[in-house]
Design a protein around this ligand. Sequence first.
Ligand SMILES: Nc1nc2c(ncn2[C@@H]2O[C@H](COP(=O)(O)OP(=O)(O)OP(=O)(O)O)[C@@H](O)[C@H]2O)c(=O)[nH]1
Ligand SMILES: [Mg+2]
Ligand SMILES: [Zn+2]
Length: 352
Amino acid sequence: MELTDLGYDGWFEQRSDSLLQPGYSMARVTAVDRGAFLVRNQDGETYAEIAGKLRFTVESAVDLPCVGDWVCVQGHASGGPAVIHSVVPRKTFLRRKSPGKSADFQMIAANINVAFIVQACGYDFNLARLDRYLVMANEGAIEPWIILTKTDLISPEQLDQIIGQVKHTRGSTHILAISNTTGVGLHEFRALLVPGETYCLLGSSGVGKTTLINRLIGHDTFDTRSVSGTGEGVHTTARRQLLILDSGAMLIDTPGMRELGLLGTSDGLDDTFVEIREYSKNCRFANCTHTEEPGCAVLLAVENGTLSEDRYQSYLKLKKEIEYHDLSYVEKRRKDRSFGRFIKSAKKSMKK
Ligand SMILES: Nc1nc2c(ncn2[C@@H]2O[C@H](COP(=O)(O)OP(=O)(O)OP(=O)(O)O)[C@@H](O)[C@H]2O)c(=O)[nH]1
Ligand SMILES: [Mg+2]
Ligand SMILES: [Zn+2]
């Protein structure tokens, strides 16, 4: 297996040249589990650790390797753990805000071509949550596909209705309905996967992400667990890992995300609500917030029914959330800096 089979190309080569030192080699991160890594290159897969220097110089957790990253390693063929010295810039990424008050981000995966946003028909299907994932994919420059699973649990009419709902309001997004149980749609799903490209499965716990992978591989390699009707249960998949299918396509399984109330910057928002961006060009004020301004073309579209109320509310909610987090991020940085200055001057006065 060559590096190109793992997705390495000129884009990464250009950006890794200056990072490679004698004795280093390129490898791709295939699994991350609480600070332990698996990396793979033409010589195979091995455990890896982060070099102390890398750990202590990163400014934020997002600068540490995540699954899908290209990294420069030392001692890949040594038999012991390889040492990761640097992370090559990411072509695309999936990230979210860290849970809790901190304004930092958490990387989910990097260098993904397509994100499969998985929702189970029935209890799990939720347009607002879908939008969150779409924003996340768009922000990271990743093409999203919506995969509806468990179609065997609903009637064909119900399925038509769900698909109609998605197409009507999120028209441009690709959608595929499957059942891991009956096998419907699996052939079409397989046909989407291109050798050498990387795909990521995203979605709540219990929607059937790992089951889908097991179906593709043809045997139950990875643990799955049944869930109650409401989807309540424990996470089955505990770590993020990249698998290489026989076809040569790569798939990243992720643990289900319980709460996705934590989005990144507003970059992804406009690309997700394209029609709102279009309407807003006709708002009277350039800085219109589309909430109360006179001459707001977005409000007008809601009023005359060309923009659905639910879509508009979804937009407002996500916009508010993103702005809140953006602000807290800027504030945090400012505080960090002034704290740094405080430490410095304290040290100086101690020396005196
Ligand atoms: N009826 C039906 N059940 C399914 C389908 N796909 C998966 N399941 C069942 O749903 C349960 C959860 O599936 P998993 O594959 O573990 O779900 P997951 O998305 O990987 O969950 P996490 O790893 O916790 O994020 C299992 O009991 C599966 O057998 C499907 O298409 N139809
Ligand atoms: Mg799973
Ligand atoms: Zn407006």
